[in-house]
Design a binder for this molecule. Sequence first.
Ligand code: NAI
Length: 338
Amino acid sequence: MTVRVGVIGAGMIGQDHIRRLTEVITGAEVVAVTDIDADRAAEVAARVGARAVATGADLIGQPDVDAVLVTSWGPTHAEHVLAAIAAGKPVFCEKPLATEAADCLRIVEAEQAAGRRLVQVGFMRRYDSGYRELKSILDAGGIGAPLMVHCAHRNPSVPESYHSAMAAQDTAVHEIDVLRWLLDDEIVAVQVLAPRRTRHAHAELQDPQIMLFETASGIRIDLEVFVNCQWGYDIQCETVGETGLARLPEPARATVRSAGTTRTAVPQDWRERFVTAFDVEFQEWIDAVAAGEPTGPSAWDGYAATVITDATVEALRSGRTVGVDMKDRPAFYAGGAR
Ligand code: NAI
């Protein structure tokens, strides 16, 4: 069966996912595209033989749209996801599920009322082979009970529009999701330390930041977010357990020896680092939709990420340790994958 997809938001990642759906993975076809920039929608749709439609609501209502991909701006996500649920159509929403926790809860409630999983949120690190290897080691008890995790999320540079809260909202949110999944544990409190600022950041941006998370079982996570590090897109994750240590593998790159030195290239951006994870994420989403129900990061995971992100922003602002004020997980989302 071919899953016919309608895409809301034909910007940077929307176009990349359309390429992925049409050129990289199997079992999918893009039939409709919408964007508030109608010219962009028309141009992107024409490229893949799809039609442009006027609005997200129009697109969701098209009878030949089997599943919806939301890649518009974050504050518009909730509206489109709720409309897709109301139409009973599976919807893949790029992160964040919604920028407000209350909107995430409305989505969670609507999905439960629909009685089956329809929503998947775009946390692609769960599809990275390195993180998957780490998870299988942890799940098999390969390092005993995890006690501490040391992480870093570094970008070479960010634009002037990037502000301090985005270190949590746009950057750390990926670790927040992948660590909840990796450890099968919930983050309950967060503190943010503000080291000496790099001179490569603009005056309003606290860069770097050290985020200290605590989980329900007492695991301590330290995450360095350093978005003007200059040298590359550098993702690190090391889990220390009672009997061993497991470290996220570096991306495979040749080692070059010349002029008396040994060199290995560091990826320069997230697209390069996680391109395969995105491909796997979409293949598995399409396969699951064709089989009946998505199985990846759920609306509940999207809610949890937004609540933890909010607590992290508040921890930076206040300088205090902030408890994560999360609702109890409904039975509908029990069992991790939900
Ligand atoms: P972008 O600004 O390049 O594209 C967004 C597009 O959505 C624009 O063409 C805009 O005109 C359109 N749009 C906005 N509101 C709309 C609406 N109501 N209806 C239809 N079209 C609308 O932004 P970008 O970088 O592509 O990001 C889109 C989303 O993807 C964001 O939520 C972002 O956080 C997420 N993202 C996720 C990544 C990941 O690592 N998983 C990486 C990059 C982006």
